[in-house]
Structure formats: C-alpha cells, structure tokens
Write a protein that binds this ligand. Structure first.
Ligand SMILES: Cc1cc2nc3c(=O)[nH]c(=O)nc-3n(C[C@H](O)[C@H](O)[C@H](O)COP(=O)(O)O)c2cc1C
Length: 178
C-alpha cells in the first residue's frame, strides 16, 4: 500500500491567499522571530545617528558581508547611504528599553545617557551589546520601500549574553526547546 497521501498529487487551487493587505503580510512576517539590533553611524556634521532594526541578516562569510534595510522615508536615509562605516549592535535580553528608545522618533537625542565608545573606524558602538560588527558601507540599493544596505564586516567584538528577540510584534527572549 502506498504511504503517499493522494493529496500530494492534487493541486488545491483555493489554497492560500493571492490578494492580501500589507498589514496581513506584516502580521504573517511577525511569525518569524528575529534578533534585535541598533545600527549606528556618525554623520558628516558629527551627529550620532542610530535606530533599532530587526532586518539585520548575514549574507556572506567570504567575503564577510551582512545586510539590513532602512525604510525610504527615514529622516536619516542620506546619512546612512553616504556614510563610510556603521556599527550593528546586537542587543541582549535586558536591553528592551534601549530597543524602544532607538525605535522612538520623538526622542530628540537618543544617545543621551547611553554608554557608547568610538571604534577605531570613528563610529560609535553601544556598551554592553552582546555582539558588535563594525561594517564598511559596501553597497546600497533602493528596493521596494526600503534602502538595502550591505556592509563589509571589518571588526567584530562579542560578550556573553542571551539575545533580545522580536516576535509577533513584541519583545521576548529565548526559551529552551522541549
Ligand atoms: C523591533 C523593531 C525593528 C525595527 N526594524 C527596522 C528596520 O529593520 N528598518 C527600519 O528602517 N526601521 C525599523 N524599525 C523602526 C525604526 O526603529 C523606527 O522607525 C525609528 O524611529 C527610526 O529612527 P529615526 O526616525 O530617528 O531614524 C524597527 C522598529 C522596531 C521596534
């Protein structure tokens, strides 16, 4: 007797949705848990600029490339597009307040009372991040409603710690699998 269900060979034309609102896609993408990072650069006028991201992903090991994306209407689009270096600071599970601070456009100086140090490349890095990657701004491309940023990793530093996690629109942390 065949172990393959008959359904395997049938095309169910009603399956899934081919028309959907952006909000439905956004909610669905929220099923995919991510880490949380703060990306930082220093503008040409010396201003430090940073925002919370979860679009960070690894792209290549050789050469070492990573990517993230910045929404097109960001007030700092040109700062990141034109910068030489940026840092990607991966947040630990105790950094939810930092994540919310760097995601809040109403805070005038996001860096007030935030401990940072300047890397040899001249860009700020967050103290206490569980990992920091200093990236050279390698490539940028406007794709859809975001600017895709590809960074060439030039320096890395890490500390022990558990990551902050973003899932279903809220912050959470890792739990042991059963
Ligand atoms: C968990 C989380 C992830 C985010 N990821 C991104 C991202 O990948 N790209 C982006 O452009 N904005 C992202 N945002 C939104 C920015 O953090 C937010 O718009 C921030 O205010 C931008 O700062 P600015 O307006 O000072 O540039 C994210 C927000 C949160 C809370």
């Amino acid at each position: 007797m065949s172990m393959i269900a008959e359904d395997t060979f049938m095309c169910d034309r009603e399956w899934g949705h081919t028309e959907f609102e952006p909000k439905a896609l956004r909610n669905l993408l929220g099923c995919y848990p991510t880490g949380v990072a703060v990306v930082i650069t220093r503008a040409a006028d010396g201003r430090d600029v940073g925002l919370t991201i979860n679009s960070f992903a690894s792209l290549s090991l050789d050469p070492p490339l990573v990517l993230w994306s910045l929404v097109n209407h960001s007030p700092n689009l040109s700062v990141f597009r034109d910068c030489r270096h940026f840092t990607i600071n991966i947040l630990g599970k105790e950094h939810q307040e930092l994540a919310m601070r760097f995601a809040n456009p109403r805070i005038e100086n996001k860096f007030a009372d935030v401990a940072t140090h300047v890397t040899p490349e001249g860009v700020p890095a967050l103290h206490g991040a569980i990992a920091t990657l200093v990236c050279e701004n390698h490539k940028q491309d406007h794709i859809g409603d975001h600017l895709l940023m590809v960074g060439h990793v030039r320096r890395i530093s890490s500390e022990t710690g558990k990551p902050l996690v973003f899932h279903g629109g809220t912050f959470t942390a890792l739990h042991e699998a059963l």
